[in-house]
Design a protein around this ligand. Structure first.
Ligand code: ADP
Ligand code: MG
Length: 229
């Protein structure tokens, strides 16, 4: 069994988009891929079947019919860090062992599991633990997603610094929403990221229209590198 964590430098950087693209790519290779969004928070319920939109997008990309609570065991009805949301809404608080146990159950149904994080690595899940603590327990390789906007280098380096401190292994770094017509700064960015980050697999995903995002698959070469990590 193999699994991978898709984390990011922040919320809204493209974790779901990349995790879904990875799920589609593995699925089109005939792999029985499962998806998990262990922790989600949103003001409104997304649909009758899925509380979180991320869960719906991931399930569709992987073509799975797992129950909402299997894919997303912890949901909070306030768009905030789970620990903060739970303390306000009084919904069931996260325990890392509870999340791990849900994950172990889902793993038995699939050959490969993609786990999307929430926010960035230092998002508090419990009174004392962050997403990085959870990722450390999983001990799975991670893909870090960053969005091409000002401040990206700082956010990437902070995330990689935390990853190293927690002993988390980074299999790939995605520079998402890369402009279709890159400026001099954008072109320099890729060089700078390579210079500062000791990661073999660094790749870009272009800025795409919505319908293209929902069909996106990863390049075979990128996929092979990530899987070989
Ligand atoms: N490559 C891309 N090009 C254009 N828009 C994108 C791209 N990737 C993500 N988005 C958009 O950015 C927003 C956040 O993406 P999402 O994958 O949900 O991020 P996260 O899971 O990190 O919160 C969404 O509206 C999504 O459609
Ligand atoms: Mg998401």
């Amino acid at each position: 069994m193999r699994s991978i964590v898709v984390t990011g430098t922040d919320t809204g950087v493209g974790k779901t988009t990349v995790a879904a693209a990875l799920a589609r790519s593995l699925r089109s290779k005939g792999i029985n891929v499962g998806v998990m969004k262990p922790f989600a928070a949103s003001k409104e319920r997304y649909s009758v079947k899925y509380r979180s939109e991320d869960t719906a997008i991931l399930a569709k990309a992987a073509g799975v019919d797992d129950y909402d609570h299997e894919i997303n065991p912890f949901f909070y009805s306030l768009p905030a860090a789970p620990f903060v949301a739970a303390s306000i809404t009084k919904e069931i608080p996260i325990t890392i062992m509870g999340a791990v146990s849900s994950l172990e159950k889902l793993k038995t149904k699939h050959d490969f599991l993609i786990i999307e994080g929430i926010g960035g690595l230092m998002v508090p899940l419990t009174e004392k633990e962050t997403f990085a603590d959870f990722a450390r327990v999983l001990n799975a390789p991670m893909i870090v997603v960053a969005s091409c906007k000002i401040g990206i280098l700082n956010h990437i380096l902070l995330t990689l610094h935390v990853s190293r401190n927690y002993g988390l292994r980074v299999a790939g770094l995605v520079l998402n929403s890369f402009p279709c017509r890159p400026s001099v700064i954008d072109r320099q960015l890729v060089d700078a990221v390579r210079r500062f980050c000791d990661i073999e697999s660094i790749f870009t995903i272009p800025r795409l229209r919505r319908e293209r995002q929902s069909q996106l698959e990863l390049d075979d070469k990128i996929l092979d590198k990530i899987l070989a990590f």
